[in-house]
Design a protein around this ligand. Structure first.
Ligand code: AMP
Ligand code: MN
Ligand code: MN
Ligand code: MN
Length: 279
């Protein structure tokens, strides 16, 4: 029997709504046996997650979801089973954070032209930390009555090439993979079908990812159709990659799939967590 796992979710330390302790409780209640917290470009919630871990039946591993630039695309790379005390990792996160803050200030400037004043200060207040993301601006646009919902916020303002979109020079694919490996972890391409790449481009990404030391595809990620899961499983076989699985849970209102409730990995996949120790 396949184990219940969740290797992708977000806390209040990025754009999620639950604390690490609340996520941990949800994971235990859902019967999750291998768990990670993967905040965007942040490991700030990991200490609290480790402290909350009082159950010897669950393996909690260090995690992060890096925003990465590959060619002209923004790709998300998960670092799993990382040592969150690794100094190179900490330095890389600092670089990302500076870029994120600079981006947030630029987004705020663009939103000023759309009738939203003091966007940066308001987003900071809403997030209660400086790891500000587009979801915080989306929530702001909703609370200010500029858009009705999250989808519209991205469709008209924050999505790629929309009114308040700011291209960002995130770290490269190779930099992300290299620092994940330096921290003893495994690099995974998050939600490979979300980038809307052609098959040729997706294969190019996978080739580059593998060459740089990447090890797995997130075959099951949040709400997915079985046919897409099977397609990704086959791509794993073709490229000799391991498979990962996660809910990408952000909060009850924001996510269709709750912690640990994503579909199971196809039998043909080799789960990435089989590499990790269980004692
Ligand atoms: P950021 O890392 O700040 O660029 O924000 C990326 C996050 O925005 C993703 O992880 C999602 O949580 C959210 N997001 C991206 N696109 C959409 C969308 N179309 N609708 C709702 N949320 C989105
Ligand atoms: Mn997010
Ligand atoms: Mn993502
Ligand atoms: Mn995510």
């Amino acid at each position: 029997m396949e184990q219940i796992v969740d290797l992708h979710c977000h806390s209040i330390f990025s754009d999620g709504v639950l604390t690490p302790e609340e996520l941990y409780k949800r994971a235990i209640a859902a019967g999750v046996k291998v768990f990670s917290l993967t905040d965007h470009d942040s490991i700030a919630g990991m200490d609290r997650l480790y402290l909350a871990n009082s159950d010897s039946n669950i393996l909690v591993v260090g995690g992060i979801e890096f925003s990465v630039r590959w060619k002209k695309y923004n790709i998300h790379i998960l670092g799993l089973n990382i040592d969150v005390a690794n100094l190179n990792l900490v330095a890389m996160i600092k670089t990302q954070k500076e870029r994120r803050i600079a981006r947030a200030k630029k987004i705020s400037g663009l939103l000023e032209n759309c009738g939203l004043e003091n966007g940066y200060a308001k987003a900071y207040k809403l997030a209660q930390h400086d790891n500000i993301g587009r979801v915080h601006f989306a929530k702001l646009l909703i609370s200010e009555g500029i858009v009705a919902d999250m989808q519209s916020a991205f469709k008209y303002y924050l999505g790629e090439n929309k009114k308040a979109f700011v291209p960002t020079s995130w770290i490269t694919l190779a930099e992300a993979i290299s620092v994940i490996q330096d921290a003893g972890g495994n690099a995974v391409i998050a939600h490979p079908l979300k980038y809307k790449l052609t098959r040729t481009k997706l294969f190019e990404l996978i080739e580059d990812f593998k060459l740089a030391g990447g090890e797995a595809l997130e075959v099951v990620s949040g709400d997915m159709e079985i046919k897409d899961i099977q397609m990704l499983a086959k791509i794993c076989m073709r490229f000799d990659l391991l498979a990962s699985s996660g809910s990408d849970f952000h909060g009850d209102k924001m996510s269709k799939v709750l912690i640990g409730r994503q579909k199971l990995l196809p039998e043909i996949c080799t789960p990435i967590w089989h590499k990790w120790s269980f004692n």
